[in-house]
Design a protein around this ligand. Structure first.
Ligand SMILES: *Cc1c(COP(=O)(O)O)cnc(C)c1O
Length: 375
C-alpha cells in the first residue's frame, strides 16, 4: 500500500532525542527548543518564535493575545481545519465564515471585504497547501477596521508571499509540526511574533499565566500568576526530533518540490483536457509543495477515483468538510451559501506526497490516476 503520508524520520532524530534525555532537561524550553526557536526567528525575521505543543495551541495562544471575546467577530474561511475556528470559538467570539476563491481553496479577499463590520476584531487567512493567501488586500482591510490578522500558517513553513515568509505578515502566525506537515515532531507547533509588543504576554500565556520566563532571565525575583494562560510548551525530546529536520530544512524542501513538480508535469493532460484542475499557484506565492491535489468535476467522480486508486493499493484522501455546514456549527451559521468552500469539500482529492515517496511509487500513483481518466 502506498500511504497518503509517511512521516519523515531522520536517523539523527534518535541520536538527538537521546542527547536531549541525557541533558537532564526534558521538559519545555530546553536546549533543542531554544535552538529551533532561534533558528526560525533569525531565518524569518521574527521578534520571537515560541515552540508550542501544536498549531492548535499556537492558534489558541494567538486568540488570547488578540484579546477577542464575546461580541467580537472573526472572519475566517469555512474550508479549513477545525482548530482555526475552535481557537476563536473558545474565546466566545462570533465566527463569520467567508468563501474560498473559485479557482483555489484560499480565502477570497472580496468576500472578506463584504463581511467586514465594525465588530470585526480578527481576520484569519489560512494558507492552504502552503500557497499564500493574497495578503495585501487582507492587510489593508484589517487596517481599515483596526482588526488583527492571525495567519494560520500550519502548512506554510518556508512558504512566501511576494518574497516574505508567511506567518510573519499579519500580527501573529501559527505553524504546525504535526506528522503530516513538511517537517514534524509527531505533534508540535510554533507561534511566530512579528511585533515585539506581543512577546512578553505571549511568554506568560504559554507558561500557565506566570512570569516564569522573566524569572529565569533574572528580571523578577520570584514568579507568580500574572495573567490567564495554559501549558503550551512541548517536551525538549520533541524539539530534538524537529531539530534533526531543521538541520536539513532546505534539502527537505527541495526534494518535496521536485516530487510536486513531477506530479504537476505528469498530470498536466488532465488540466488540458478539462478532466480535473490542478493546484493554482499565483505569481505572488512562493509555495512549499506541502500538498498536491486534484479538483474533480463532482463528488461521485472523486469517490470513484478514490476507489480506483485503493484497488491499486494507493491511498488518496479528501480534505476539510465546510465548517459552516458542520454538525456543531450549522445552526449557528447565518445561512449564506458558500459554494466554493462546498466544492472543495466535495471535489478536492489529495495525492500521496511525502519525503520518502519513491520514484516507482510516484509513477504508480500517476499511472493510476491517468488510467482512471483514460477509461
Ligand atoms: C494541521 C493544521 C492545523 C492543526 O495543526 P496541529 O499541529 O495538528 O494542531 C491547523 N490548521 C491547519 C490549516 C492545518 O493544516
Amino acid at each position: 500500500m502506498i500511504p497518503f503520508n509517511r512521516p519523515i524520520l531522520p536517523e539523527r532524530a534518535s541520536e538527538l532525542m537521546t542527547e536531549a534525555f541525557r541533558s537532564g532537561k526534558v521538559s519545555g524550553d530546553g536546549a533543542f527548543s531554544r535552538r529551533c526557536e532561534a533558528f526560525l526567528k533569525e531565518r524569518y525575521g521574527a521578534s520571537r518564535c515560541l515552540m508550542t505543543t501544536s498549531c492548535t495551541d499556537a492558534l489558541e495562544l494567538a486568540a488570547i493575545l488578540s484579546g477577542v471575546g464575546p461580541g467580537d467577530e472573526v472572519i475566517l474561511p469555512s474550508f479549513t481545519f477545525v482548530s482555526t475556528a475552535n481557537a476563536f470559538a473558545l474565546r466566545g467570539a462570533k465566527l463569520v465564515f467567508a468563501d474560498s476563491l473559485p479557482d483555489q481553496p484560499n480565502l477570497d479577499p472580496a468576500q472578506v471585504e463584504a463581511l467586514l463590520s465594525p465588530r470585526t476584531k480578527v481576520i484569519v487567512p489560512v494558507h492552504y497547501a502552503g500557497v499564500a493567501v493574497d495578503m495585501d488586500p487582507i492587510m489593508s482591510l484589517a487596517a481599515r477596521q483596526g482588526a488583527f490578522v492571525v495567519e494560520d500558517a500550519a502548512q506554510a513553513i518556508e512558504a512566501t508571499y511576494k518574497g516574505r515568509q508567511l506567518g510573519l505578515i499579519g500580527d501573529l502566525g501559527a505553524f504546525s509540526f504535526h506528522e503530516t506537515k513538511n517537517i514534524h515532531c509527531g505533534e508540535g507547533g510554533l507561534i511566530a511574533l512579528r511585533d515585539p509588543a506581543f512577546v512578553s504576554r505571549a511568554e506568560v500565556i504559554r507558561e500557565k499565566g506566570t512570569n516564569r520566563s522573566a524569572f529565569f532571565r533574572g528580571e523578577v525575583d520570584k514568579y507568580g500568576w500574572v495573567d490567564i494562560g495554559s501549558s503550551f510548551l512541548p517536551s525538549d525530546i520533541l524539539s530534538a526530533i524537529l531539530w534533526a529536520q531543521i538541520e536539513h530544512l532546505e534539502a527537505i524542501c527541495q526534494h518535496r518540490m521536485a516530487l510536486w513538480h513531477c506530479y504537476r508535469e505528469a498530470l498536466d493532460p488532465l488540466e488540458r483536457s478539462g478532466w480535473a484542475h490542478l493546484p493554482v499557484v499565483p505569481d505572488y506565492a512562493g509555495h512549499n509543495a506541502h500538498a498536491f491535489y486534484l479538483i474533480l468535476p463532482d463528488e461521485s467522480t472523486r469517490a470513484h477515483l478514490i476507489a480506483h486508486l485503493k484497488a491499486r493499493e494507493i491511498m488518496a484522501v479528501f480534505h476539510y468538510q465546510s465548517l459552516h455546514r458542520s454538525p456543531y456549527f450549522q445552526d449557528k451559521h447565518d445561512g449564506r451559501s458558500l459554494p466554493n468552500s462546498d466544492r472543495y469539500s466535495d471535489c478536492l482529492l489529495r495525492l500521496p506526497l511525502f519525503h520518502d515517496l519513491t520514484e516507482a511509487e510516484q509513477g504508480r500513483v500517476v499511472d493510476g490516476v491517468l488510467d482512471f481518466f483514460r477509461k
